[in-house]
Design a protein around this ligand. Structure first.
Ligand code: 48F
Length: 259
């Protein structure tokens, strides 16, 4: 029966994918722009990468553009990353060096690029905890998002990783978990999450990239998560900093992984 062939193929194919990714080089939390760029760059370098995304649709805050006008802006410095993902852009007449990008094309292009490069994306999966051993984060505790949302009493599964990337955006959820549950000090001036500052786009775009680094052994942060943990400014619907942060995260994690 065809019905049985289809169901069996889905169950065995998904099971194989999950089994193959219970131990990875890099576990990325959040399939927003920074996480997706990091995933592609790391997969391109031959690293084993899995991305865990709470929502059904990956892409984070890209889809909605600015106030649901489905366009975003990126600047010259990030244009080469758009080109790598084969995403079109149009230079803005009145603002040379800035490019308008269709947010739907950008979100779908980033997702397609990351998955085509070999990163495995698990959507509707929420990270609810971290694995903590020998003063280091060594993996993620995951569960289905509907289980999380319905607060069902269901135990999670565990994915081990050499490094975790917190790409969870504004809430920096992984580092919050590390701080709250492992009760350790993060590598910030106070040892804690400093908290995001208000809108100051030009500064925020720079600090998002500068703040992309390791904050506790085994955990890096990218994008708005990096900005939140180090008390950076927000920047709204300009995305060059997010893309460049993903690239920087990949370079730093690749270097940390070594040969
Ligand atoms: O917020 P998000 O797009 O992350 P980003 O890469 O980019 C930020 C921009 O979109 C925008 C901005 C630009 O100026 O300010 O906000 O920093 O994507 C983060 C993703 O992480 C998922 C969440 O659903 C979103 O898609 N996420 C958050 N917490 C978890 C998670 C979690 N605990 N488990 C799994 N996914």
């Amino acid at each position: 029966m065809l019905e049985n062939i289809v169901s069996a193929a889905i169950v065995s194919s998904f099971s194989r994918k999950l089994l193959d990714n219970l131990q990875v080089d890099v576990a990325i939390v959040g399939a927003g722009p920074s996480g997706l760029v990091a995933a592609k760059e790391l997969a391109d370098k031959g690293r084993k990468v899995a991305i865990f995304e709470r929502k059904l649709a990956p892409g984070g805050g890209v889809w909605g553009g600015g106030m649901l006008f489905n366009e975003v802006v990126i600047q010259e410095e990030a244009k080469s990353i758009l080109d790598e993902f084969h995403v079109h852009s149009r230079e803005i007449e009145e603002a040379k060096g800035y490019y308008a990008v269709d947010s739907v094309e950008l979100a779908s292009g980033l997702i397609f690029g990351a998955v085509q490069a070999g990163a495995k994306l698990f959507n509707s999966v929420s990270v609810e905890d971290v694995v903590f051993s020998n003063d280091r984060i060594g993996g993620l505790v995951i569960n289905w998002t509907p289980v999380e949302r319905l607060q069902m009493h269901v135990d999670p599964l565990v994915v081990l990783s050499k490094y975790v990337l917190d790409g969870t955006g504004h809430p920096c959820e992984v580092l919050n978990l590390v701080q709250r549950k492992a009760r350790v000090k993060l590598d910030t001036p106070t040892g804690e999450i400093l908290g995001e500052k208000p809108m100051q786009a030009a500064t925020g775009e720079i600090t998002t990239v500068e703040n992309t680094r390791e904050y506790y052994p085994g955990v890096f942060a990218s994008g708005m998560s990096a900005n939140n943990v180090m008390g950076g400014y927000r920047m709204g619907p300009i995305f060059g900093g997010m893309l460049r942060s993903g690239k920087r995260a990949a370079e730093l994690i690749d270097a940390a992984l070594g040969k």
